[in-house]
Design a protein around this ligand. Structure first.
Ligand code: SAH
Length: 229
């Protein structure tokens, strides 16, 4: 599958100023109590309107710290999981980031708040379109959503300072390591379907090293360097 950038659809619109502000503050407080202390990450959660990224039917639960269904058998991840993930990336605001598995686009928007530019690849076209629209509605302007097989990365904009894979694969896709800048960090859940080890890959001039960060349970990474569909 050849990745391609989706053309933006629909108007922009206001995403931030809303009646959900109080709920968002509570979500941030929940994350803090669970141990997230990174101020930039907490600020990103405080400013990103999660309700714009979930379907109407579950919108009333948008600010609970739980994963929710987003259609096509996929889920928007639990905020606490995403927060730990984002902390591990140690972004400073200057990075060019590649995300694999856009899903709802919520994490993409969070990344947009924490890095300079974000490229995100999603293999399900309907999700990629909805995410592109939600990201625009949320006001993120430094984010591009692409439709394609993310296990191939997105070579046009490589190398990336950080790569984040939001689905679990059987191995670390070689193209992703190749598209990682020296000094860059790649986070990916690796293992069997339904039970993976969140793995941090660091690249320096001498090569790469892998650091296991604990257990994870993500939906399968499906593609040329992932699982079969
Ligand atoms: N973090 C997302 C949730 C991601 S769920 C959120 O906040 O909503 C994982 C996503 O990875 C799913 O949408 C799935 O379709 C996608 N995916 C699986 N394999 C992929 C691949 N090879 N390339 C791109 N996306 C993939």
């Amino acid at each position: 599958m050849v990745p391609r950038r989706l053309s933006p659809e629909g108007g922009g619109g206001v995403g931030g100023g809303d009646t959900y502000g109080g709920y968002r503050v509570r979500l941030v407080e929940t994350l803090r109590l669970k141990g997230i202390r990174d101020l930039a990450v907490l600020k990103a959660f405080a400013e990103t309107p999660r309700h714009l990224f979930v379907p109407e039917a579950v919108r009333h639960r948008a600010y609970e710290d739980v994963a929710l269904p987003i259609g096509d058998g996929q889920t928007i991840s639990q905020p606490f999981t995403q927060a730990r993930y984002l902390v591990a990336l140690r972004l400073t605001g200057k990075e060019k980031v590649l995300e694999i598995g856009t899903g709802s686009g919520y994490q993409t928007a969070l990344l947009g708040a924490l890095a300079a530019t974000v490229f995100s690849v999603e293999r399900v076209e309907s999700l990629a379109r909805a995410a592109q629209q939600a990201v625009r509605q949320a006001g993120a302007t430094n984010v591009s959503v692409l439709h394609g097989d993310g296990t191939l990365g997105w070579s046009a904009y490589a190398p990336y300072d950080a790569i984040l894979v939001a689905a679990g694969g059987p191995e670390i896709p070689r193209p992703l390591v190749e598209q990682l800048a020296p000094g860059g960090r790649l986070l990916i859940p690796v293992g069997a379907r339904g039970a993976q080890t969140l793995t941090l890959v660091e690249r320096d001039d001498a090569g790469t090293r892998q650091i296991p960060l604990g257990e994870a349970r993500f939906v399968p990474l499906v593609g040329e360097h992932g699982f079969d569909a």
